[in-house]
Design a protein around this ligand. Structure first.
Ligand code: 3PG
Length: 311
């Protein structure tokens, strides 16, 4: 190799970096829009079990239509694929509905501050359930994550236990989802986009009966009437927007998971939360005390230390 050939990264690796950069920017922007419409909907219509079901229903519909019209090629799946997907779907359903319940009770920023502790859950689950051990700096990085989230939670002006627990349950469920889906996607023939589509369909089937049991058509009808009276026809557009953007951001995140390691993914996910926290505080005029912001900053800094220690 010539010297200059050695030093310049190959064109394909530069192109790959641009591609991943585009995925990340798209993923975060779609997520910010989702979070804003999701909260607007929940403020007017506090039925998180239904709204989380509708998000999955919209994603399933988009993908079924894309397959039928051949915009996207339908995956070839067998029974074993769906069997391996089942635990992922259970975890995805729990994580999704728990996060939505959380956001129906507390500020979006608070849910995401607690959700920035997901890497800490990942280490604890891997340590205690899978018997994995980590270098000491990884454990040390959990201190600022847990301490920062604890400080933010203790000083949150509108603290609510259901909101807090929902975000914690979501963290735990998503760690299991990631562990199971890493196994399920290994050596797979299904692309990230189609994998997420199948996940939406199976999660929708799992969640629907629970949504009916937890809330049900009676409450939904009364709530709908009230929301349309209060907001007007825009309410239906908000609902459509939150459902469409939920599917799109998740689809893009699974597409990027095809290209990057789970560790890069989780760092990207935490950086995503910074944009959600900041934009939702601005848009919803969320009151934040300095000590509260300090807690969030410590937790997020901890996540970066964690990613460094893990590398
Ligand atoms: C959901 O509704 O599933 C959550 O908002 C998802 O949270 P996350 O994708 O930001 O982890």
């Amino acid at each position: 190799l010539h010297k200059d050939e050695e030093e310049k990264p190959p064109a394909s690796s530069a192109a790959q970096k641009v591609k991943i950069g585009i995925y990340f920017a798209t993923w975060w922007s779609l997520n910010v829009v989702f979070n804003i419409y999701n909260k607007k909907v929940l403020n007017a219509f506090p039925y998180p079990w239904l709204t989380s079901t509708l998000s999955l229903a919209m994603g399933s519909l988009i993908m079924l239509v894309s397959w039928a019209t051949r915009i996207a090629e339908a995956p070839k799946t067998d029974f074993d694929f769906w069997k391996a997907l089942a635990p992922v779907a259970v975890a995805h359903t729990i994580g999704h509905v728990a996060a939505t319940v959380s956001m129906s009770k507390v500020a979006v920023s608070f849910t995401h501050i607690i959700k920035s502790a997901e890497p800490a859950f990942s280490v604890l689950v891997s340590r205690f359930f899978l018997g994995e051990t980590f270098p000491v700096p990884v454990y040390l990085s959990l201190l600022p994550i847990i301490g920062g989230c604890g400080l933010a939670a203790m000083t949150e002006l509108n603290f609510n236990m259901i909101g807090f627990m929902g975000a914690m349950i979501s963290n735990l469920a998503f760690v299991f989802r990631n562990i199971f889906s890493k196994k399920g996607m290994k050596g797979k023939s299904v692309s990230g986009m189609n994998y997420y589509a199948c996940l939406s369909i199976l999660s929708l089937i799992i969640l629907t009966p629970f949504a009916i049991a937890m809330e049900g058509p009676k409450l939904w009808a009364a709530g709908w009437q009230q929301a349309v009276t209060d907001i007007g026809p825009s309410f239906v557009w908000w609902l459509a927007a939150q459902s469409i953007f939920y599917h799109l951001y998740n689809q893009v995140s699974y597409m990027s998971l095809d290209e990057i390691s789970p560790l890069t993914f989780s760092v990207g996910n935490t950086m995503k939360r910074i944009s959600v926290i900041v934009s939702s505080i601005i848009i919803f005029h969320t009151p934040v005390r300095p000590v509260n912001a300090l807690g969030a900053a410590i937790a997020i800094l901890g996540t970066f230390l964690y990613s460094q220690a893990k590398q």
